[in-house]
Design a protein. Structure first.
Length: 496
């Protein structure tokens, strides 16, 4: 059963407490990646107090943990507890509970089914892009995180929940999920702290989780009351809540409210939070790489014109696809994928005992020089078809891998492409406060500072005035500035 792969070593590289903790306190996302890249992909053991997790980044070791020996690396342990307080045990768990949820949810996220929702998704994007005219015309600044979160949230509500969740209810859920995603940073960095002790973020997290339940449970009760009786088809066939209830009845003989709630909250959070945060980072990259920005805008202008974007356009936008793939390499929504070892094994020749904590780090793997030329550079050209095939299969894992690979990857690529193409067909977003943005860990990695955009009309070369940052912001950020990623319900990165 033990499998030794990758660089042959007998001992891990150990980072002592006095070196590991100050670095992780200062900049956890960047420093964790640096610890892995400095070791060249070797197993690193982090001494950070009462426990000493193993940092895994070499693609061979990632393959072992997520694919070939996946059942020996369980979604259990102290790193999972912060998120499970809101997501419960469903698609983000393990064992029979996870298998049951996966069987029920997988048919709802196939490429074919997601494609069938594309027209509805495009309609929502077009509507939201049109509404931005009220901010673009007077030149108000728009918070990028708020913009991306709002549009992704509306598409998720439309295509996954049909008419079950109104826009008003969705806008009430939005800040609560953002609070949950951004208030667990302390618990993620110091998971050994007893839960009997209140730490920063606990009060906000628990209050937000309760408000989520106050909104979600009545929706489930309403859907359950509509379910068919005496052979009537009943319900609403094209929305997720009814589909989950019917599937649970078929699978278990009854629809347990808590189980349906856990499935629903996990999917909603993954589909909205992780996509929104990935797209938020795009605007910093396009600002820093004007040649990429110009080529992307030219492609969209040629294919889409001045909009609206339609699903048929997406296949004609290959460079947009390359940009999104590179975005997920540089800013994977999930920066760590925690696992707990079930039985003694080896990783890269290093003996690892049962009960040990293992941290797979896509953020590190995506920056290993052995597998990526110029890994710190944003270069969509590396995804050109003639170059893509020469890569280790597990050097790129933004959606995880193996049996737990993320169900939402098809949804992400369609949703993200429609949002970016729709926005750039109508406007030229300009980042007005470029700087070195701080990476903050939580349910997904987000910037600590607000990214402020000015939406200029598409085709204009006008630049924002030097004092643009002084202009009132059109909408406040929701949740920006808290703690971010590893991965919301292990969202695109952590898989399901």
């Amino acid at each position: 059963m033990p499998l030794a792969t990758g660089p042959t070593v007998t001992k891990p590289r150990v980072l002592p407490f006095y070196r590991a903790v100050p670095r992780l306190m200062k900049d956890p996302v960047t420093e964790l990646a640096r610890m892995g890249t400095d070791a060249g992909g070797r197993i690193v053991r982090l001494d950070i107090g009462p426990f000493r997790p193993y940092l895994v980044s070499h693609p061979d070791h990632v393959q072992q943990v997520l694919k070939t020996q996946w059942s020996n690396f369980a979604r259990e342990g102290m790193f999972w507890r912060p998120l499970r307080r809101v997501t419960g045990r469903s698609i983000l768990g393990d064992g029979e509970g996870w298998a049951s949820s996966r069987r029920i949810l997988q048919p709802l996220f196939t490429a074919r089914r997601i494609a069938s929702l594309a027209d509805d998704m495009a309609e929502v994007v077009a509507e939201h892009v049109g509404e931005l005219e009220r901010d673009a015309r007077p030149g108000r600044l728009v918070d990028a995180a708020h913009l991306m979160t709002t549009v992704t949230n509306r598409t998720v509500i439309k295509v996954l929940f049909g008419g079950r969740i109104s826009r008003e209810v969705g806008e009430r859920l939005l800040p609560e999920f953002a609070t949950c995603a951004t208030s667990i940073g302390f618990r993620l960095l110091f998971p050994f702290v007893p839960y009997s002790m209140r730490v920063p973020g606990d009060r906000a997290f628990l209050a937000a989780a309760q408000r989520i339940d106050d909104i979600v449970y009545p929706l489930i009760e309403e859907a359950r009351a509509e379910e068919p009786r005496d052979g009537d088809d009943g319900g609403r066939p094209d929305e997720l809540v009814s589909a989950l209830i019917r599937a649970r009845i078929r699978e278990d003989g009854a629809a347990d409210l808590r189980q349906v709630r856990d499935d629903l909250v996990s999917i909603y959070g993954a589909a909205s939070e992780t996509t929104a945060m990935a797209l938020t980072w795009l605007w910093t990259l396009l600002h820093d790489h004007p040649e990429v920005n110009a080529r992307l805008r030219d492609e969209i202008e040629w294919v889409v014109g001045d909009g609206p974007v339609r699903p048929s356009h997406i296949q004609e936008l290959p460079y947009l696809r390359m940009v999104l793939q590179e975005l997920l390499r540089v800013h994977p929504p999930g920066w760590i994928i925690p696992r707990q070892v079930v039985a003694d094994t080896e990783l890269g020749g290093v003996p690892v005992k049962a009960g040990s904590q293992v941290l797979v780090s896509p953020y590190t793997t995506h920056r290993l020089e052995e597998f990526w030329e110029r890994p710190l550079e944003f270069d969509p050209e590396r995804w050109a078809p003639e170059r893509e095939q020469r890569r280790h299969r597990y050097a790129y894992v933004p959606f995880g891998a193996g049996p737990h690979v993320c169900l939402g990857q098809h949804l992400f690529h369609l949703q993200a492409a429609l949002v970016v193409a729709g926005l750039l067909a109508r406007y030229r977003p300009v980042l007005t406060n470029p700087q070195r943005f701080t990476l903050v860990p939580g349910a997904s990695v987000r910037p600590k500072e607000a990214l402020l955009l000015r939406l200029l009309p598409s085709g204009t070369d006008e630049e924002p005035q030097p004092d643009a940052w002084r202009t009132p912001v059109a909408a406040p950020a929701m949740g920006v500035g808290g703690a971010h990623d590893w991965m919301w319900p292990m969202g695109p990165g952590g898989g399901a």
